[in-house]
Design a binder for this molecule. Structure first.
Ligand SMILES: O=P(O)(O)O[C@H]1[C@H](O)[C@@H](O)[C@H](O)[C@H](O)[C@@H]1OP(=O)(O)O
Length: 864
């Protein structure tokens, strides 16, 4: 990988007599085998200078097929009219001169520097020179950049600096591990001056992520499985009263429709090959609705003399929202609370099950499904130990069996199960009596049929059934104790008793037969009791879910689908951020400790306005981000180092997902044992929103901004409590100074979220800074993560250069403009809409806080 940060030109002869040119250098590559010219990069424009020094450089991403024979052509233009706000008007430029060199020329050059004559179009006249320098990222010594430019006075000189990551020992950006998940890198390099007139090298790398598609595909598969299971459970409810039976049929039919739609979507997604991101213009495409919009990672790497390189990562993604379904009635947050209120209202004469109740019902279903086979397996293990006459084996298996059985009893000892059983009993009774029920679809759940109150139902029965489980476990424990008492005491525990002696002991001390025989009936009984409880609990909980589904058809299922869509987008982004953060922190012991002891903050910055359709997007996003707290991560050891085996895997159900992240064996071995043993790693999602565009101006003046205020206040509390638990659980990660800084920052953020101030972007800056200090995962979002997001990401990068790397203040705006004009973000725009213009018009920009406005000539609306 060869790259050269920032060219420098000297003695340029402008196109007008005394006019100093506004120079820009276009870099094209000629592959000797292909023999055609491919435009590769472009510098920013340096105005009115014969000796321009460009801050934007050239780099070839690792996958780029550059060889020593590759020729690089530099063409210098004079820009006549750079003030363009209209995309259709081309940039008015005149050719000044060009020069060509090969990659090997640069690699062999003395001091890693080439000085080339710029030739006029006929190749005869020298119209100035261009200097090209090569620098390795991460290997810069004091003085390394000196040759690039002599002093501050010459800051207008034009050097093309090239970066080379050749031979970098630990290239975190481009290891085989990262390239399994991150694809199609776009790289840019710059050099900027520090306050003490030194130079820093800055490298941006933006990539797509395979998880954009793989997480939604896996989720769709899990959604389908879960809904199929639900249908099966509903069918297993057996005979019901005609009223409930009709409702069940209706619910099953609706589930069937959802499954069919999801299967169709999955089939379409499976056909897709090509780029690993969904462009902004496809945001409302039906088959792509589960895919996050324009998901990319971006890493800024900073190399300063005599310092280890610093990395700053951010994930950019369009707000997780259901664009295909639209925002007419608002987004999830509003739709869900309206729906809950309607369900509660007396219009439906059925039992109201709150979201907590339905979550509980699902949890019980999950627990029984998970624990029953476990208990049964442990019982078999116990029998095996009995057969082998192993007291240690017996004790061991019994301990686990007792633990799991207690867990089982605890999960089921719930009032909800009891009351649901009563309701189900009534529904069965009516079914058996064959009573006809109201068939009017407008009043499906009227009067006594929906609220069971059956006199003959034995309310104690359920208590007896699950108490039987505990009793039969006690019998098993007592029997094992008894067997132990009968066991001869072996004084020397280390010495195994010889086989013959053992046989004598068994026959003499165990008159009632062998251990297995004595335990077997008790364990069979335990299994029967567990099975009895499972059948009842499963049906009771399924009935709760049936009632809930029946109450909410069709709106409840639409909302479920909407939530599935939004969650899928949010999870894809989170998984991408988690993987990026993990890969970057694998050698950082403190970070790994924090990861397994507390978990990570995932901080989402959003720039949506609280006006018109974007309110709906924000309402979707709020629920999508908050739903991420139901996700945990686990690190596993990959079967092989093959890229296919390094893809994260999602398991679980709507209420709880686990994302397993495989690591190659060697990397896995270095992790703390807690992580290696599969500890669930938590994430704490937080969302902060500040609208910045013209729509927000209207909202601020005439609209309602309570949504934004509420989100920011609530999420501040989550962030604050995360900080407190980190401080308490991993004090080593929070030394005194960090603690004081974080306390101050949180204090200021706390004040800002309650202060009434329009477009208070400080909230975003503070939240971002706090997240970075907390080793968290940073996300930036707007509608499509293309325009406003680009302004914010570039601003954040320059602010980091200023605050953490002493960027010279005279270079702040230049650096910002360079990144916005020629950096990765304009490439992001190009990838999305095939045009290098941020989609802003003048009116919109006037409404932006100044620092969010892109440089002239880089914006304009494209007619779609
Ligand atoms: O990336 P965004 O900022 O969401 O892009 C907006 C842009 O800010 C706005 O000016 C323009 O009118 C479009 O709405 C852009 O959204 P698209 O989703 O159409 O790219």
């Amino acid at each position: 990988c060869v790259s050269f940060p920032s060219p420098e030109c000297r003695d340029l002869i402008g196109s007008g007599r005394d006019r100093k040119p506004n120079a820009l250098v276009q870099v094209a590559v000629i592959d000797p085998r292909e023999q055609f010219l491919v435009s590769h990069a472009c510098t920013e424009i340096v105005e009115g200078s014969r000796d321009p020094l460009f801050l934007t450089g050239v780099t070839f991403p690792p996958e780029y097929p550059a060889s020593p024979e590759t020729l690089v052509k530099l063409t210098v233009y004079d820009v006549r009219d750079k003030a363009r706000d209209n995309v259709s008007k081309p940039l008015s430029v005149s050719f000044l001169g060009s020069a060509t060199f090969s990659v090997s020329d640069l690699l062999r050059s003395k001091d890693d520097q080439l000085t080339l004559n710029l030739r006029s179009s006929d190749g005869v006249l020298a119209v100035g020179t261009v200097l090209v320098s090569r620098v390795n990222m991460g290997e810069m010594e004091e003085g390394d950049m000196d040759h690039i430019t002599a002093d501050v006075q010459q800051a207008q000189k034009c050097t093309l600096v090239c970066e080379s990551s050749q031979g970098t020992p630990n290239d975190k950006d481009n290891s085989p591990l990262t390239s399994a998940v991150f694809k199609n890198p776009v790289c840019k390099v710059y050099k900027f001056q520090t306050v003490d007139s030194k130079w820093m090298l800055v490298r941006e790398q933006m990539e797509e992520c395979t998880l954009s598609f793989s997480i939604p595909r896996q989720l769709l598969h899990l959604y389908i499985q879960e809904d199929m299971r639900r249908i099966q459970e509903l069918s297993d409810l057996g005979e019901l009263s005609p009223h409930w039976d009709n409702l069940r049929k209706e619910v099953i039919a609706r589930y069937g429709q959802v499954i069919a739609v999801y299967q169709e979507t999955l089939a379409e997604l499976n056909k897709i090959t090509g780029p690993s991101f969904k462009p902004s213009c496809s945001k409302a495409q039906r088959y792509l609705e589960f895919i996050p919009i324009n998901l990319h990672t971006q890493r800024m790497r900073v190399t300063c003399p005599r310092q280890t390189d610093a990395f700053y990562d951010v994930i950019t993604v369009g707000a997780p929202a259901a664009h295909f379904q639209g925002f007419k009635g608002g987004g999830l947050q509003r739709l869900l609370s309206r729906h809950e209120a309607e369900k509660k209202s007396t219009a439906y004469q059925c039992i109201y099950y709150s979201p907590e109740h339905t979550a509980k019902a699902q949890e019980v279903l999950h627990s029984v499904g998970h624990l029953q086979p476990l208990i049964s397996g442990l019982a078999d293990q116990l029998l095996q130990a009995a057969q082998q006459h192993s007291m240690a084996g017996l004790r061991e298996a019994l301990k686990t069996l007792a633990g799991k059985t207690e867990q089982f009893v605890h999960a089921l000892k719930d009032e909800l199960v009891k009351s649901a059983l009563l309701a189900l009993h009534a529904a069965h009774q009516r079914g058996q009596q064959g009573q006809s029920q109201p068939q009017n679809p407008d009043s499906p759940m009227v009067n006594q049929d929906s609220i069971p109150c059956h006199k003959e139902y034995d309310e104690e029965e359920w208590d007896r059934v699950w108490a039987d489980v505990a009793k039969s476990l006690n019998c098993v424990i007592a029997m094992v104790d008894k067997l132990q008492e009968q066991e001869p005491i072996n004084i020397n525990q280390e010495q195994p008793i010889p086989k013959q002696v053992l046989a004598d002991v068994i026959t003499s001390h165990n008159p009632e037969g062998d251990w297995r025989e004595q335990l077997c009936p008790l364990l069979v009984r335990l299994k029967e009791c567990v099975a009895e409880v499972v059948v009842r609990a499963r049906r009771a909980m399924t009935f709760v879910l049936l009632q809930e589904a029946a109450c909410s058809i069709p709106q409840g299922l639409f909302l479920k689908q909407r939530r599935d869509v939004v969650f899928s987008q949010a999870l894809a982004a989170l998984a991408c951020g988690f993987v990026m953060r993990l890969y970057a922190g694998m050698e950082d012991k403190g970070f790994l400790r924090q990861l397994h002891l507390v978990g990570l903050v995932a901080q989402f910055e959003s720039l949506l306005s609280t006006y018109s359709e974007e309110i709906g997007m924000l309402e979707d996003m709020e629920v999508g981000i908050s739903d991420l707290h139901r996700v945990v991560f686990k690190i596993t050891q990959a079967k092989t180092d093959d890229p296919c085996d390094l893809q994260p895997l999602v398991i679980g159900r709507r209420d709880h997902y686990t994302v397993e992240v495989p690591l190659p064996r060697l990397a896995f071995q270095t992790l703390p044992h807690e992580i290696k043993e599969g500890k669930a790693l938590q994430v704490y999602p937080v969302l902060f929103n500040v609208g910045i565009n013209e729509q927000q101006t209207i909202a601020d003046r005439f609209g309602d901004i309570s949504l934004q205020e509420r989100i920011n206040q609530r999420n501040f509390e989550i962030l604050d409590s995360y900080y407190k638990s980190l401080r308490d659980k991993v004090p080593s990660e929070c030394n005194f100074q960090t603690q004081m800084d974080l306390k101050d920052l949180l204090g200021t953020l706390g004040q800002n979220v309650v202060t009434k101030k329009r477009k208070n972007v400080e909230i975003l800056w503070l939240a971002g800074t706090i997240c970075r200090r907390l080793n968290g995962i940073r996300f930036t979002s707007c509608k499509s993560a293309k325009d406003r997001t680009s302004m914010s990401v570039t601003l954040e990068q320059c602010a980091l250069l200023r605050d953490e790397h002493q960027l010279n203040k005279d270079y702040f705006i230049r650096a910002l403009d360079c990144m916005r004009r020629e950096g990765c973000r304009i490439e992001n725009v190009q990838k999305n809409i095939k045009c290098r213009k941020y989609a802003f018009n003048m009116l919109q920009l006037m409404a932006f806080p100044k620092i969010y406005r892109p440089p002239e000539g880089t914006y304009g609306k494209v007619d779609s």
